[in-house]
Design a binder for this molecule. Structure first.
Ligand code: GLA
Length: 382
């Protein structure tokens, strides 16, 4: 009876190791970076827009800066064929060809569905077809799935959220293809507490962002306290970037990008990459700022002091340095001070401005800077 036991043990070990792999920290070891179609294109997105985004990332410096995933959001779905296999709609045509095209640029590609009967935009969801859909995505070659709750509300209770997400995770694992699993359910049921256990690599912590300072800043500055739940392979997701979409001014977009970097948030650009200004590209590709987000230690930053609308946030880095954001949420210019002792630094320290790539010198107990209305300064203190 030795042989069957051995076979059983080997099969069991394989299942356990592939389950472990799916939540493995090598998948999304740092917060996923890339682009997503929703914030700019919404339901108007076509395969041509996705190709144009891939072309832009591969040629404009974004790929070098770390942007990798080209993610199709809602509205790509057509109907199911006689076997129940989901097909793209006419705006997407040949999905395999699109996936191959994005891969040919050295990039990865993501897709979107819902555990409900319908997606948020009322396209076909995965309810009752979870394994079939996961297999279809794997067959096409997708590397990332955003799974958006929405109308699942009509068929499940909130208490079922973990099992519903686990079901799709298991279906993804069964395909044998590593696929980043993005939970989109707006933070319901304190998802950060159980997201990892159902195989999530990232989970939305809030309802949707939009391209206005008020909304972006409420979401971003509200993330304080969630830092224990983020780390390599599992990230809090305060939603995608709006940088370059036109609803905020330059200082406000610097706040957006600085805060998302300090939060170790996924950096998914949400603008039209084929027409963006050099100023927008500079914000998205500032390597010293992106390095804060992508730091190998994967620690999410938090607020270390606040005085009315003036806030200081800090994120410890792998090399012993600390990234520090000085933020002014007020309506006029103001000076903001970081006291080194608030970060446990009891000596003088060197300060570097990451947006302008300038060493500012050595300071003994604190550093103060003028910060414009709704603006930010991002420093490295070492
Ligand atoms: C929800 C999500 C958005 C986007 C839309 C698509 O609102 O939160 O990010 O995916 O659905 O319909």
């Amino acid at each position: 009876m030795k042989t069957p036991n051995l076979i059983f043990c080997a099969a069991f070990a394989l299942v356990v190791s592939s389950l472990a792999d799916a939540a493995d920290s090598t998948l999304a070891a740092t917060p996923p970076m890339g682009w997503n179609s929703w914030n700019h294109f919404a339901c108007k997105v076509t395969a041509a827009d996705v190709r144009a985004a891939a072309d832009a990332i591969a040629s404009n410096g974004m790929k070098d800066a770390g942007y990798t995933y080209v993610n199709i959001d809602d509205c790509w779905q057509g109907t199911r064929d006689e076997q129940g296999r989901i097909q793209p709609n006419a705006k997407f045509g040949d999905m395999k060809a699109l996936v191959d095209y994005v891969h040919s640029k050295g990039l990865k590609i993501g897709i979107y569905s819902s555990p409900g009967l319908k997606t948020c935009a009322k396209y076909e969801g995965s309810y009752g077809h979870e394994e079939q859909d996961a297999q279809q995505y794997a067959n096409w070659g997708f590397d990332y799935l955003k799974y958006d709750w929405c109308s699942a509300e009509k068929v499940y209770q909130h208490s079922q959220l973990p099992e519903v997400y686990r079901k799709m995770h298991d279906a993804l694992v069964k395909t044998g293809k590593p696929i980043v699993f993005s939970l989109c359910q707006y933070g319901y049921e304190l998802v950060w507490r159980w997201g990892t256990s159902v195989g999530g690599n990232l989970w939305r912590t809030t309802e949707d962002i939009n391209d206005h300072y008020d909304r972006m800043s409420v979401i971003g500055f509200d993330q304080d306290g969630l830092e224990p739940f983020a780390g390599p392979g599992h990230w809090n997701d305060p939603d995608m970037l709006e940088v370059g979409n036109g609803g905020m001014n330059h200082d406000e977009y610097l706040t957006h990008m600085s805060l998302w970097a300090l939060l170790a948030a996924p950096l998914l650009a949400g603008n039209d990459l084929s027409t963006m200004s050099p100023e927008t590209l500079d914000i998205l590709t500032n390597k010293e700022v992106v390095a804060v987000d992508q730091d190998a230690k994967g620690i999410q930053g938090h607020r270390i002091s606040q005085e009315g609308p003036l806030e200081v946030w800090a994120k410890p880095l792998a090399d012993g340095g600390i990234a520090v954001g000085l933020f002014n949420r007020g309506e006029s210019k103001n000076s903001v001070t970081v006291n080194f002792k608030d970060m446990g630094v009891k000596r003088s320290a060197r300060v570097r401005d990451l947006w302008s790539h300038k060493d500012l010198g050595s300071f003994s107990a604190n550093y103060t800077a003028e910060v414009p209305r709704h603006g930010a300064i991002l420093l490295k203190v070492q």
